[in-house]
Write a protein that binds this ligand. Sequence first.
Ligand code: UD1
Length: 427
Amino acid sequence: MSLPDSAIPDNVSGGSSPHISQPSTPGTEKEVLFENFDLAVDNRQYVLVTGGLGFIGSHTSLELLKTGHNVIIIDDLSNSFANVYDKIQAAANIHFANSEKKCPELKLFDIDYRNQIAVRVLLQAYSTRRQSNISGVIHFAAFKAVEESIKNPLKYYRNNISGLIDFLGLLEEFNIKNFIFSSSATVYGSIADRGLPLREEDCVHHPETFTDTTGLEKQAVQGCSGITNPYGRTKFMGESILADLATSDPSWNIIALRYFNPIGCDVSGILGEDPKGKPSNLVPMVVKVMIGQYSELSVFGSDWNTPDGTAIRDFIHVTDLARGHIAAVDAPKAEGAPNFRTFNLGTGSGHSVAEIVSTMEAVAKVSIPRKMVGRRAGDVGSCVAVADRARTELKWKTEKSLADACTDICTYLERHATPTAATSVVA
Ligand code: UD1
């Protein structure tokens, strides 16, 4: 299928690469400089993944390919590297090497999802007579550093909220209304302080009744309090906007996935977690200590109300998390089912920071130097999911363990880095 002439800006040139590139200046009216690209339009159905080169996005793109979905990635490389595209492709090729099935298509468009002109060109190219070849969108593209969001809130609201609103408007124009939103357990705010596992009904946007563990019918209270930072608020607001949109137009089908703490990497060791700059999350910091970039790990808080005093999180293998997205995007919509639904993606059980470090030590057979320091501002002692809703409604459950995640990280490190500092072998 050829690209309609009207959809192509004058300055677009043809080419053969599946990777198009243009400056990430959202909203620039005059200059949309596509270079050396080929939209390579065809009649296949695609899942569009924004932020598909990031940690969760890349693993989800890989699982989409493995399960037979063609994938179009939009990513502006603001917190990822272009070679992740090659890594996804390489890992997918390994998966299909001994299969009779062919690896589906993977395309990368190096653009900011907020660039309405560029995204419109793309959506137009993949539409035929008001029917889009994009069957669903998984939206990861967002900023996610808590501290940075406190220092520069407008940057976060601009990207995570204004960008989302404009993007949804474009999708609506092209009648693409199957939308998966990358949300976070951070929406539970201070409810996590109760120390009880978190249920989706603990944070709702519209009135909802549910049956509690004792069988009683209850009314969930709308809203959430105690979200400590702008990043967290953008996730809460993003969900609210989506819930309102779904109410206004029943033809939307929207799922918000609330991630707990993703760790690990694809079993091949080809794809991993590779953020730009200093990481703030626990496992990337553990890895930096293992490879000698930092001399020791600071453990934030040893006086939490937990068995070993360190904080507890629901650490979920990123491949399990990625598969949760496939379950969501493929989920049949039951007659009368709500068209906005939230799901926790967690394991349902917690591990402490100390357990993470000791499991990694045991798997990697290294010692990981650490020191106990004070609590990090905004942290909670425990944050664990009730994972029943996704199990029942999406038919999804986690399969991988904490040790699997550590093993896969070690495979990744063997391929990509040589441990230097943490060299003393644990007996
Ligand atoms: C963090 C974000 C959360 C976001 C999630 C995305 C904060 C306050 N929260 O969650 O909003 O959705 O990442 O992945 O940043 N820890 C250490 N030493 C370190 C790093 C972390 O002890 O060097 C501890 C933390 O204090 C915490 C636990 O490890 O108790 C997990 O931390 P982290 O990986 O940053 O995740 P969250 O804080 O749960």
